[in-house]
Write a protein that binds this ligand. Structure first.
Ligand code: PLP
Length: 394
């Protein structure tokens, strides 16, 4: 069916300047990967985060999560605690690298896990906590960090949806040991559909990332008389605590890096604009308690998504009427991970997460793309009101 407003997987449009920057890089970049545009992007991202992390551009956030998982050094039996209410890429890289997931519930108001929901799952086997700043809202990081420090746990911040969100003047992704950001097509900024950034706190762990990212490439440990002998360069196995780590090719191309650098100039304006619209929509539905939103009028929420929870078992009827009568494609997101076949087949099919389940069973995710016009927005708000009025009268 064709919609008046579809749920697009493209988050934003590019300005003519950004298109020019990308095409200029297409003409001039040599090499087309691992060159000066990557260096500029990483430097600018480091300063965007506040200059106390080393940042690495990657082909996507999942690659960043996988490198973070390698650097967690899971031993057999080690667990990591993670909300079941998240996107699958938050989790499976940690299983791939030897961790066992333990599912945390979310706070019903903020829709992310907090120190209490993590704390009750900590055991002697816990090695790491994976915090997900889902929807663009920064979780309670000071409390979570206090908990992690008390139990000597690593903290990974999946900030894929929260680039630029802040709590107490600190950016999402700069509280824990690792911060991971996504520039996927749907995100608040995208580097042509794929892209990611990994921010690492510990300089000794950060020093391993270039080889882990790029095939184990490194210099020979002897001085060469001829630049071509014995070859262009060496490859080696980076080691952590004496354990060798296999490398990957997780690089991001130069055109994407040039574009990402330019987009950083606009991210705060994009985030502000998204929040302005989200709040206008939420306030426009304040007379309709049938849908509950998480309203945050501060930099702590950058509204990557606009998500409501339906009260009174009306979710499916609301979405159906919005689709069929109004041509607006709302969707349901974040199937609880333990319910997916992948996790069930691995033996992780059980979770005691009533709040996450309740949100999933009642959630409505509205189309919310930066390129939507103000008219489309007004139409979506008016349509939601009309549909709720219809449901009241049925
Ligand atoms: C919460 C979360 N984590 C991880 C990812 C993975 O990001 P990427 O597609 O850049 O690998 C995404 C989205 O795509 C996400 O929303």
């Amino acid at each position: 069916m064709s919609y008046k407003i579809h749920f697009s997987n493209r988050g934003h449009a590019y300005t003519e300047d950004e298109i020019r920057i990308a095409t200029d890089a297409m003409r001039s970049a040599d090499p087309l990967t691992q060159g000066r545009f990557r260096n500029s992007f990483e430097e600018k991202f480091t300063s965007f985060l506040g200059n106390d992390r080393k940042c690495f551009a990657l082909c996507n956030a999942t690659a960043g999560l996988e490198i973070a998982a390698m650097l967690c050094r899971f031993q057999p039996g080690d667990e990591f605690i993670i909300p079941s209410h998240t996107f699958t890429a938050s989790c499976y890289p940690f299983i791939k690298k030897g961790g066992t997931p333990v599912w945390a519930d979310i706070d019903p108001e903020t829709r992310v896990a907090n120190a209490q929901t993590f704390a009750r799952l900590i055991s002697s086997r816990t090695r790491a906590i994976v915090v997900v700043h889902l929807y663009g809202f920064v979780a309670d990081m000071p409390e979570i960090m206090e908990l992690a420090e008390k139990h000597n746990l690593l903290v990974v911040e999946d900030s894929a949806q929260a680039i630029g969100a802040e709590l107490s003047g600190r950016k999402a992704g700069t509280f824990g040991d690792f911060g991971i950001f996504s520039f996927h097509s749907h995100k608040n900024i995208t580097t042509l559909g794929e892209g990611g950034m990994l921010a690492v706190k510990d300089p000794s762990l950060a020093s391993l990332v270039p080889m882990l990212r790029h095939n184990g490439h490194c210099d020979f440990n002897f001085a060469r008389q001829d630049y071509w002998l014995p070859a262009m360069g060496n490859v080696d196995l980076p080691e952590l605590d004496g354990i060798p780590l296999m490398p990957n090719n997780f690089c991001l191309g130069e055109v994407e890096c040039a574009l990402g650098t330019a987009l950083l100039d606009r991210i705060n304006a994009i985030n502000r604009d998204r929040r302005r619209r989200a709040l206008a929509f939420i306030d426009g539905l304040q007379d309709y308690p049938e849908i509950v939103f998480h309203r945050v009028d501060s930099d702590r929420h950058i509204y990557h998504l606009l998500v409501g929870k339906a009260i009174g078992n009306i979710r499916d009827e609301f979405i159906r009427r919005m689709a069929l009568n109004k041509g607006i494609q709302c969707v349901v997101q974040y199937y609880p991970l333990n319910r997916y076949d992948l996790y069930r087949k691995l033996g992780f099919g059980y979770a005691d997460c009533p709040q996450g389940d309740d949100l999933f069973d009642n959630m409505i995710s509205f189309p919310f793309h930066q390129w939507m016009t103000e008219e489309q927005f007004a139409y979506m708000l008016q349509s939601a009101r009309e549909v709720l009025n219809e449901i009241r009268q049925r």
